[in-house]
Design a protein around this ligand. Sequence first.
Ligand SMILES: *[C@@H]1O[C@H](CO)[C@@H](O)[C@H](O)[C@H]1NC(C)=O
Ligand SMILES: *[C@@H]1O[C@H](CO)[C@@H](O)[C@H](O)[C@H]1NC(C)=O
Ligand SMILES: *[C@@H]1O[C@H](CO)[C@@H](O)[C@H](O)[C@H]1NC(C)=O
Length: 289
Amino acid sequence: MKLSCVARVLACLFGGRASLQQVTDFGYNPTNVKMYIYVPDTIKPNPEILVAVHYCGGMAQAFFQNTPFALLADQKGYIVIYPESPYGGTCWDVSSQATLTHGGGGNSDSIANMVTYALDTYQGNPSKVFLFGVSSGAMMANVMAATHPELFNAIIAHSGVPAGCFVSAYNEVNGWNGTCATGNVHNTPEVWATVAKNMYPGYYGARPRMMIVHGGADTTLHYNNYNETIKQWAGVFNISTTPTETKPDTPEQGYTTYNWGTQLKGVYNPSYGHDIPIVASDDMEFFGL
Ligand SMILES: *[C@@H]1O[C@H](CO)[C@@H](O)[C@H](O)[C@H]1NC(C)=O
Ligand SMILES: *[C@@H]1O[C@H](CO)[C@@H](O)[C@H](O)[C@H]1NC(C)=O
Ligand SMILES: *[C@@H]1O[C@H](CO)[C@@H](O)[C@H](O)[C@H]1NC(C)=O
């Protein structure tokens, strides 16, 4: 019996709920990313898998406690994976060629291997795998969409930058790109699409639906990155950057929701900085959870 199962039995006997468990043997992991998983006491057959990716300075345990996804998993019966950055400062590597390449052996491959492990171990539904990331985790969300599009049905990037925007000209691992962070990287949709597609050359299969959330007063990862990210995925989907639908005061007062068909959704609130709150009901609706 695995330790996680023992923990679950004990939790039931003593009236607690399931807890966050580390998994050390999830597969190829040359950059030593840590994997934590939350398997609720009751999971549905062929559960959905949600990957929740933390911000710089965050850890799996903090993201587990401070975001609503585990409590919602208790109600809905899906499984949550919390990857944890291996670096001091716990940002994600979204700058090296290894992480920006499908099969390159970087952090992105490790997160992909966590998904494969969870699908195998819990008979998860491979067509219902989702990813949510905040800040550095949102940068990784866009990177995962570009490097591992075959794994995900839908991805939410909450206060991030486009895939490849943080690239290091010196192939630095876990590098900081000030030009991108300050909102000074501007590309056409076509150029951004090429950047994303080059992370998995020769891939022509399905791609995840994308939801891009940003605060219009964000100067940590400048709000220009909202538009640039929208342009990137509009370019990848080969659709116009003009939304098909604009919904004021949605999902809450002060936010505007933009839809580009069903593939791309933007949520923007000019009043918030980098700390724009998670509107969990909107995220659940986008995932279909
Ligand atoms: C920062 O990223 C841009 C692309 O977004 C790239 O052109 C530039 O070389 C990067 N800067 C550094 C210092 O690596
Ligand atoms: C972003 O795009 C929206 C809609 O296209 C536009 O109204 C807004 O001015 C743009 N913001 C920036 C900072 O470019
Ligand atoms: C994008 O769509 C246009 C038609 O809207 C089409 O002519 C063009 O070939 C498409 N480009 C790609 C790369 O699929």
